[in-house]
Design a protein. Structure first.
Ligand code: ADP
Ligand code: LRH
Length: 471
């Protein structure tokens, strides 16, 4: 019975976390060891992630884990936001900082790609929500030289840097929009991209042991013989794996930078309505499907806050949420999924630009009126959640009773209340760090597994264990 600790790394667009699961006398305990802020950086060569900063933060966290977990670390797994990738040199090192999916080069790439492969055909092959952020549009925009290099999605790259073999984990691979519904890289899509399928990393299922920690970390006694595991590398799939509910009558909203609104299915639904309404069928744990839609989530608020802070006002988020409760609904809501609102910068002004286009009264963009703007965003998001969940129920034929809220955004009590009112569902908070929980759950299930893949029941078991023991 190996009682060494487990480490989960969760990469978020807003913050990255390194956590430990230890078996103490009083039972298993999860501890958030190190959390550091993350944000994309606007450079002359585009909107990029600072890979050096991210890796440095992770190593700080891992060294802290080594100090705390004197019993040693049995395994490490990494999950993170999907779609962004690192191009590799011959040594398997990044050739440059990766682009952030919000970089505007895909605005021009998207229509050109669809001249060569229609949106309908792409949808038919992949069953995915067509989203300009997906890796397929980003890779299409890469120049010929770049396309000669192999790549890894970000969480898999971190695993590779720690010593793991180069793989593309299934849940994360599906979000690239380069994988068919059969779970294999699509040769038709690769041909249009001008990207060699031979350079694509092999796809592995969630819960795959991909090697042992190597390099400087392996010198630390805690990381001797530490396994590296590809969990559900897509953070959202990881969060869904942490929902300890074996029933079939629940939906979820994973609420962070994005709000992922949908339900878990046993098989993809790529019906005409699912296509028309642009729902996604992403790979989940144990052959499940994450059937949902990307709703522009806390990004809107975060961007507003950033915009106000550049004008000199720093806002405290809990206080802002509290103050926003004093404002009632307007007669209209914002179209939160307006593509213009996915872009970076000047968010209050972007919001007003939409209202102007629609002939509606604008809001004050000043920091002193932040609570009114925040309230408008929360009403708009809740309305959108209710609309999307209604469609999910119609398309899948499910009757929902419970709605699980996950992620940092689930701490927003006002939005939670509006969501409960708008959806009429019993709203349950599944935790703010569900991706980390799912990461641990898949690790545990992998370490204990007997067959080829981790099973959903094993994950539910591990997730409830991890959930119950969260300190
Ligand atoms: P990601 O994983 O995408 O980096 P998180 O799951 O950490 O994102 O969620 C970040 C969001 O959580 C923030 O943008 C913010 O809106 C929300 N949030 C964080 N703390 C609080 C809080 N105390 N009250 C309300 N919302 C919060
Ligand atoms: C959430 C998330 C989401 C993706 C987006 C790129 O962090 O992974 O599921 O659509 O980031």
């Amino acid at each position: 019975n190996d009682r060494r600790a487990l480490v989960a790394i969760d990469l978020g667009a807003e913050s990255c976390r390194v956590s430990l699961l230890r078996w103490l006398e009083q039972g298993p305990r999860i501890q958030l060891v190190h959390r550091f802020a993350n944000h994309a950086v606007e450079r002359a060569d585009g909107l990029r992630w600072d890979l050096g900063m991210i890796l440095e933060g992770l190593y700080v966290g891992l060294r802290q884990c080594a100090e705390i977990a004197t019993e040693g670390v049995r395994s490490i797994a990494v999950d993170g936001w999907a779609v962004d990738y690192v191009r590799l040199d011959d040594q398997g090192t990044a050739i440059a900082d990766p682009f952030c999916y919000r970089d505007e080069r895909t605005v021009a790439a998207e229509p050109v790609l669809h001249e060569r492969l229609s949106a309908e055909r792409m949808r038919e092959i992949t069953g995915l929500q067509l989203l300009r952020i997906n890796s397929v549009y980003q890779m299409f925009a890469d120049d010929v030289e770049k396309k000669k290099h192999s790549w890894l999605n970000l969480p898999e790259y971190v695993l590779h840097r720690l010593g793991g073999r180069a793989v593309s984990e299934l849940t994360n691979a599906t979000h690239t929009q380069m994988v068919g519904l059969d779970g294999e890289w699509s040769s038709e899509i690769f041909a249009v991209l001008g990207q060699s399928i031979a350079d694509a990393p092999p796809i592995v299922p969630p819960g795959t042991d991909i090697g042992r920690v190597q390099g400087e970390l392996a010198m630390l006694p805690a990381f001797e013989n530490t396994r590296l595991i590809a969990p559900a590398c897509h953070d959202t799939a990881s969060a869904i794996a942490a929902i300890p509910d074996p029933g079939d009558d629940w939906a979820y909203i994973s609420s962070g930078t994005w709000s992922l609104v949908g339900t878990q299915l046993e098989a993809p639904v790529n019906s005409a309505t699912a296509r028309e309404e642009n729902f996604t069928n992403l790979g989940g744990v144990d052959g499940t499907i994450c059937f949902h839609k990307n709703v522009n989530g806390m990004w809107l608020l975060r961007q507003c806050i950033e915009s106000w802070s550049t004008k000199g006002t720093t806002l405290d988020l809990p206080a802002l949420v509290e103050a926003s409760m004093t404002f009632g609904p307007r007669e209209y809501v914002l179209n939160v999924d307006d593509p213009d609102l996915m872009l970076q910068g000047h968010m209050p002004e972007r919001i007003n630009a939409q209202l102007r286009r629609r002939g509606l009264a604008e809001l004050s963009t000043e920091a002193k009126d932040a609570a009114e703007m925040a309230s408008f965003l929360f009403y708009s998001l809740a309305a959108r959640y209710a609309h999307v969940l209604h469609s999910v129920a119609e398309i899948t034929g499910k009757r929902f009773r419970r709605l699980y809220l996950m992620g940092g955004g689930s701490q927003n009590e006002f939005l939670n209340r509006l969501t409960a009112e708008a959806t009429g569902l019993e709203v349950l908070r599944a935790g703010t760090e569900c991706s980390t929980l799912g990461n641990f759950a898949v690790q545990l299930a992998t370490l204990e597994k007997t067959g080829e893949t981790v099973s959903r029941p094993a994950c539910v078991w591990a997730a409830s264990l991890a959930n119950a023991q969260q300190s």
